[in-house]
Ligand binder design. Sequence first.
Ligand SMILES: Cc1cc2nc3c(=O)[nH]c(=O)nc-3n(C[C@H](O)[C@H](O)[C@H](O)COP(=O)(O)O)c2cc1C
Length: 294
Amino acid sequence: MSFLDRFRRSTANESFVNSPMRDNWYQASSYWPSSFSLVTTVSEDGETNIGPYQLTFPFEIIGGRAVMIISRQGSNTDRNVKRTGKCALNFVEFNRRHLKKIVSLGYPGQTTEEKMKDNPYTLVDSPTPGRESDGKRMPKILKEAFQVYECSLDQEQHIRDDGKTPEYLILRMENILLKETWAKNIEDGTTRMPNMPITFGFRDGAKFWFTEIRKPFWFPTPTDKGPKEESILYEANRLNPEVQFTREACKQLTGIPRPFVKTALKGIIKRALEEGISEVDVEFIERLNKEREG
Ligand SMILES: Cc1cc2nc3c(=O)[nH]c(=O)nc-3n(C[C@H](O)[C@H](O)[C@H](O)COP(=O)(O)O)c2cc1C
């Protein structure tokens, strides 16, 4: 927020007016701040190409994992993904100097060779076995990224396939790569958020708007609303994908004091694994309870 913005009058008492429905309405008729990805793909010449895409959305999130990217038809990314079936979505932290270069990487009509001359990033091989750059299909990734989604094109799932621009690319997630610090942050309980740059997109035919996020903060989720077992269910089912808890089983565990829940869940998972059980249900919990009570 700029100094002047702090003194700007609230618009709460103003009347609503219609904004013209333009193409690319999210940026031409309204305000849509969001993160963006830097998509790496392999060009026909075997070079890694970087294309910035604000319209990068989580698409399938439970069971299946997919991302959707909306791209103008015929972009390098669109053509490369369709030809090779592979791409990597790189997410970087805020760096004003790099953002200026990202705008150049996002200027349409350039070949990979032309645009990559001014690339501020270091291209490296993926650490994933089989994903090393091969000059054909597997793109390099950005060393500076804090997070990379390695994806392949879903050929089956078509949102709209009428040959018109834009293209809705459904990309199946093969791997989520995180830098060590950010992986540990999630595993140990999140205490920080990456300083991701935010874009407001292309405006007035001549400007690309960005902003930096201020200090992230959190509120606790309500403990007095909804089913009591919800948070236990959430925690239980992300500890080990091999062992999943039923909701009914979690209801049995709502009496455990909060600080001991994780330890208790780990103990139950250990027993389940020893016994070759993949689903913890009420019967299993009751059996463990009986054993404990002697
Ligand atoms: C920050 C940023 C976000 C962008 N987001 C999109 C987007 O979501 N979809 C799109 O078609 N173009 C988007 N563009 C424009 C593309 O980057 C541009 O079409 C570019 O030519 C794509 O690169 P490529 O041809 O190498 O794939 C964006 C540009 C910038 C700078």
